[in-house]
Write a protein that binds this ligand. Sequence first.
Ligand SMILES: [Zn+2]
Ligand SMILES: [Zn+2]
Length: 398
Amino acid sequence: MHIRIIRGQNQIGGNIIEVSTESTKIILDVGIELDEKIPDVPLVNGLFQGEANYNAVLISHYHGDHIGLINNILPNISIFMGEKAYNVYKTSMEYLNNDTVEISNFFRSEKEFYIGDINIKPILCDHSAFDSYMISLFSKNKKILYTGDFRASGRKSFYSLLKRLDKVDVLITEGTTLSRENFYSYTEKDLEKNAVETIQNNNYPVFVLMPSTNIDRIVTFYKVAIKTNRIFLQDTYMASITAIAGNNIPNPKDFKNVRVFLTMPSNKNYEILKSYRDKKIGRKGIAKENFIMCVRSSMKSYLEKLSNEISFNGGILFYSMWKGYLENEDMSNFIKFMENKGVETVYLHTSGHADVNAIDNLIKRTEPKYIIPIHTENSKWFEKYKNCEIIYDNQFNF
Ligand SMILES: [Zn+2]
Ligand SMILES: [Zn+2]
C-alpha cells in the first residue's frame, strides 16, 4: 500500500491524505486550512481537477479542516461519511445559504465495505463534531488506522473504543494537543459540574458562546439548564441542527424546556419560527424566565434589544470554545459589548482532541510498526516510541 499526505503534515488542520494500492485510490478527508477565508484548493489531478481518478473520498467528520473542499471534489467520485454528520453539515450549510453536495453513501460504525481491493471499516469515535469516525483500511494483509480527530474526554467510552481496535501496521494519528503546554482535558461532565456551581445560586441571565454544531456541548449546557431550573434557549439556526441530529439531542420540538428564538427576521426565518408553534419565544417572554441562552457573536443587535426588556447586569457569559477565536475581531467586540452590559465572561471549555494519555493508550493498543503524525505541530513527540518508526516524509510505501 502507498500513503501520500497531500496536506496536513506538520500543521493543524487541512487534512488531505491519499491511500492507494495498485488498483484503488482513496482520499481521506478534504480539509481547508484553519482560518482560511478563501480556500486554497491544492492542484490534485483526478480529485479537484482534470478527469476523476479516485475511487472514493472518505470524510471523518464535518469540521471545515476535514470537509471544507467537499464542493471541489470532481463529480463521479463517491463520497462517504456518517449519515447524521452529513445531515448536520447539510442543514448548517443550507441555513447559511451555502452550496452542498448531495451524497448517498454513509458509514455505519464497524460495518465493513470494500472500495476496490481495500476493505474499509469506519469506527465511531468521540470528538467535538457529532458522528465522527476513525477509519480502518485493510488490503493484502496490511492494515492502516486513520484516527481523524478524536478525544477520550467526551461521553463515549474511550476504553470501549480501544477494545474494538486491532493491531495495525500504520497509524496515521492526530496530535493536536501535543504542542500545547500542560494540556489537561477536562471531561464534559467536569464542565457541567463547574457551570452548575457557577450559576446555581443566582437568577441572572446566562449566555453561552459555543459552535452550534458542537452537539456534545449543547447536551452539556442543556443538562446545566435542567439542574439550575432554567429554560434552554436556541436560536432558529441551532434549533434546525439539534432537530436533525436526532431525538436524544435537546431540541425545541421534543424537549419541554427548550425554546426557540429568532434573531434575523426574514420571510424564510419567520416560516421556520412559526413551525415551532408554542415552543417559540419572543424577547418579552424571555425576560420573564430564568434561562441559559445559546448565543453567537453575530447576535449583538438582538441582544441590545433584549437588554431593553431585562437587565443583563450580574449575568454570566460562558465562553465555551477554542481560545484562538478570541483573536477574531467580531468575537472580541462581542465580548466587550456583553461586558459593558455588566456580564462577566467565564471561560469553560474542553478540547475535542486527545491528550497525551489518550494518544499513548491508542498507540499501546494498536502497536503500529509505523506512525505518521498528522494534524500536529509536534511530530517529534512520537519519537519516544522506540518500537516503531516515525514517518516524516509525505510519501510512504509498505
Ligand atoms: Zn481537525
Ligand atoms: Zn475536528
